[in-house]
Design a protein around this ligand. Structure first.
Ligand code: AMP
Ligand code: MG
Length: 353
């Protein structure tokens, strides 16, 4: 199959032809790469079990890992959930459209193929205009997991989608680089106390400002093993990992720089290609040959935005060992570190004063 990348303008009239093509593909059970404000999604008709099966096959994703259903308008919600909880209405008012996914009890309209066999469905309304135009031009219900191959870093550009899915899907809608760069926050609204399942741009404080106390799934940021049972099934899988061995070095900035420099020097002396992931504030202090800045600590969105692209770049650079600083920034630190810890397979080196 030939994979076409077509540029979208984010303007309903200019994108008319493209949306017609996308609709034809989706309505006949095919898949399309779709930009959103978080990461690129691999889109299929959420109400068609055959489309969902194709998504799992294209991603190489385990079939117990449910897909997020994307809608463009709040009115669409009623049809796919048993009942809209009051907590969902309050969150939607504040954060939709936007990078927040809510888990609710599903209605019979949603096939088990889409929910990975669960009685619940995860729903999000993206803010990205191209995504919303696309969703509206189809059945209005788009299942879209991140468009990466299972286990790889998520895609933040159309080119990343092409890298992973060339020859497997007919169309990628190119909406340019995404804004946020990290997947949506997921909150479970089916338990008595709402529970954060995956951290994202909408952080715990923002959620608690609307809901009061929110529980945090113990698997977040902590040790997740295949035998653990995080409530978001996807959180138990190894994810985002570059091919080289990635280590996070934590502690006071000065100590982290010293430790990374000495570790990298050992590897380079042994003839191994080694890389350092640093920030604008620290990059000049490293002596390693390959140094990449992921963004500015003073602008945490820049770190979220670049994280997956830098992890992908590590594969192109063919490095066998990678040392990264930790990015425990105030608002998005939990979300960024959740991805980084999984990318590193929990390999963390702690330094102290
Ligand atoms: P991705 O589509 O790659 O962003 O991954 C979707 C994430 O949402 C995975 O971690 C899933 O396990 C999680 N998810 C989707 N549906 C549900 C659900 N009904 N309950 C809990 N987690 C869900
Ligand atoms: Mg994913």
């Amino acid at each position: 199959m030939v994979t076409k990348i077509v540029k979208a303008y984010g303007d309903h009239e200019k994108d008319e032809e493209l949306m017609k093509l996308a609709k034809e593909i989706i309505c006949s059970g095919g898949l399309v790469g779709m930009p959103t404000e978080t990461v690129y999604g691999l889109a299929g008709d959420a109400l068609n079990p055959e489309s969902s099966k194709k998504i799992y096959a294209a991603k190489g994703r385990p079939s117990d890992n449910p897909l997020i259903v994307h809608i463009a308008d709040i009115e669409a919600l009623d049809k796919i959930v048993e009942e809209v909880p009051e907590t969902a209405r309050r969150l939607a008012e504040k954060f939709w459209p936007g990078p927040l996914t809510m888990v609710m009890h599903k209605s019979e309209k949603v096939p088990y193929e889409t929910t990975g066999g669960l009685e619940t469905v995860a729903v999000r309304m993206p803010v990205n205009e191209i995504a919303r135009d696309f969703i509206r031009s189809t059945s209005g219900y788009i299942a879209a997991p991140s468009a990466n191959k299972s286990g790889r870093p998520s895609c933040t550009t159309a080119e990343h989608v092409y890298e992973d899915l060339n020859g497997e899907i007919p169309l990628i809608i190119d909406g340019g680089a995404v804004g946020i760069g990290i997947e949506s926050t997921i909150i479970d609204l089916t338990s008595e106390t709402p529970c954060l399942l995956r951290p994202g741009y909408v952080n715990l404080e923002m959620l608690e400002s609307v809901l009061g106390h929110v529980d945090v799934d113990p698997s977040i940021g902590g040790v997740i093993s295949a035998s653990a049972h995080p409530k978001a099934p996807g959180m138990k899988y190894k994810h985002y990992a570059p091919k080289g061995e990635l280590y996070i070095v934590e502690g006071p900035e000065k100590r982290v720089i010293e430790r990374i420099n000495s570790l990298a020097a050992e590897h380079e002396a042994a003839g191994e290609r080694t890389a350092v992931i640093a920030t604008e504030e620290t990059k000049d202090y490293y002596k390693c040959r390959v140094i990449r800045s992921v963004g500015k600590r003073s602008d945490e969105i820049s770190i979220a935005h670049n994280l997956f692209a830098v992890l992908r770049e590590m594969d192109e650079l063919n490095v066998s060992t990678i040392y990264t600083e930790a990015f425990d920034t105030p608002a998005m630190g939990m979300a960024i570190m959740n991805r980084l810890i999984r990318a590193a397979g929990h390999k963390i080196i702690k330094t102290e004063d």
